[in-house]
Design a protein around this ligand. Structure first.
Ligand SMILES: Nc1ncnc2c1ncn2[C@@H]1O[C@H](COP(=O)(O)OP(=O)(O)O)[C@@H](O)[C@H]1O
Ligand SMILES: [Mg+2]
Length: 315
C-alpha cells in the first residue's frame, strides 16, 4: 500500500465522539495496511463516503476488483460477515474473506455501486427493487440452530424496550412540549415486545434495509450491503425502505403515501400490511427516543410524530 489512508469527514466526526472511537481512528492506517498485506491487495481509490460505521474503499488484487471494509467494532456489526457468508451472494454482496480480530472484510465490489437512494428513479421503482432483494435474502430461511450465530430479534427488541422506557422517564415532558402524544410511546414500546413473539415466520433479516445499503451491481440489478442481522420476523425489514425512500413524512398527505407504500410491499412480500406498519410504529418510537436523548430532541420528536401517523393504519 503506497497511498496514505484518507478518512472522510463524516466518519471522523462520528467516531471522534468517544475515546474508543479516537483510538480506533488512530489504529485505522495500520489495520488497512495489515489487510492489504494479508490479502495481497492494494487500495484502488478514495474511500466511499456513504457510511459512518466503517472505513470502506475500493481495492484491487490478483482476484480482481473488490472492496475492503474495516468496521468500527460495535455489537451490531459483529455478525455482518456471518450473514453475508450465510446468504452466499443471494441478494447481497459476496463475502470474499474475513478477519474477525480486526473486524475487517473483503467484499465483492458492486459496479457501478450507486446507492438506491441516489438512483433518481420514482419511488415505486425503489420499492420494487427492494422487494426483489428482500425475497432473495429471506429465501435462505435460518441456519440450523440459527440463534447461536445470529442474535434473536426478541432479545434485541426487549433490550430496546427497556432502554426506551428509561428514555421516556428522562425526556417525556420535553417530548410532550414538542407535540408528541404520550400514548404513542406506550404503544411503540409494547409493540417492540409483542411483534417478535407473534411472527409466523423466522428468517435472517437484513436489519438495516435502507436505500443507502442497496447498491447497483452488474450480476444483479441491486445487491444489499451492511446488514445488522437478527433472526426473527421478516416484516421488520421493509420499514427502512418505506420511511427512507424520500422521507414521506414531510408530505402533507403522508398518511396515504405511507399506507400505499406499505400495502404495495405487503402484497409483493406476502406479509400482512398491518404488521409492516406496526414495526414502523415500534421502530420510529425506539429510534425517535434514541435520537431525542442522544443527538437532537426536535428530530427525535419528529420521528415520534411520524409513528402517530403510521399508527392510524393499525386497527
Ligand atoms: N461491496 C461494495 N461495493 C461498492 N461500494 C460499496 C460496497 N460496500 C460498501 N460500499 C460503499 O461504501 C459505503 C459505506 O458502506 P457500508 O457498508 O454501508 O458502511 P456503513 O456501515 O458505514 O454504513 C456505501 O454506502 C457504498 O457507497
Ligand atoms: Mg451503510
Amino acid at each position: 500500500m503506497s497511498e496514505p489512508v484518507v478518512v472522510h469527514g463524516y466518519l471522523r466526526k462520528a467516531r471522534e465522539t468517544s475515546i474508543e472511537g479516537l483510538a480506533w481512528l488512530d489504529r485505522l492506517p495500520d489495520l488497512v495496511e495489515e489487510a492489504c498485506r494479508r490479502w495481497d491487495i492494494e487500495i484502488a481509490g478514495p474511500p466511499y463516503e456513504g457510511g459512518v460505521c466503517g472505513w470502506v474503499a475500493p481495492v484491487r488484487g490478483a482476484g480482481g476488483d473488490a472492496v475492503l471494509k474495516v468496521s468500527w467494532p460495535h455489537t451490531e456489526a459483529a455478525t455482518e460477515a456471518v450473514a453475508l457468508g450465510w446468504w452466499g451472494g443471494v441478494g447481497a454482496v459476496r463475502l470474499l474473506a474475513e478477519d474477525r480480530d480486526s473486524w475487517t472484510m473483503l467484499l465483492e465490489r458492486c459496479t457501478p455501486g450507486t446507492p438506491l437512494r441516489d438512483a433518481g428513479r420514482p419511488n415505486r421503482h425503489g420499492l420494487a427493487v427492494g422487494a426483489e432483494v428482500l425475497k432473495e435474502l429471506w429465501s435462505k430461511g435460518v441456519p440450523p440452530g440459527g440463534e447461536p450465530c445470529f442474535v434473536a430479534m426478541a432479545h434485541v427488541c426487549d433490550e430496546w424496550a427497556e432502554d426506551a422506557e428509561r428514555r421516556v422517564a428522562q425526556l417525556g415532558a420535553a417530548l410532550r412540549a414538542l407535540g408528541t402524544d404520550p400514548s404513542i410511546l406506550t404503544l411503540g414500546i409494547e409493540l417492540l415486545r409483542l411483534l417478535p413473539r407473534s411472527a409466523e415466520r423466522q428468517v435472517v433479516v437484513h436489519g438495516d434495509f435502507n436505500p443507502g445499503n442497496l447498491l447497483a451491481a452488474s450480476r444483479a440489478p441491486y445487491l444489499a450491503v451492511d446488514p445488522k442481522p437478527m433472526v426473527g420476523d421478516p416484516a421488520y425489514d421493509p420499514w427502512s425502505l418505506v420511511a427512507q425512500l424520500d422521507w414521506p413524512f414531510r408530505l402533507p398527505d403522508a398518511g396515504s403515501v405511507v399506507s400505499r407504500r406499505i400495502r404495495w410491499l405487503a402484497e409483493r412480500l406476502d406479509l400482512p400490511a398491518e404488521r409492516i406498519a406496526a414495526w414502523g410504529v415500534a421502530r420510529d418510537v425506539q429510534g425517535g427516543l434514541w435520537m431525542a436523548t442522544e443527538r437532537n430532541t426536535a428530530v427525535g420528536a419528529r420521528w415520534i410524530r411520524s409513528a402517530t401517523i403510521t399508527a392510524s393504519m393499525l386497527s
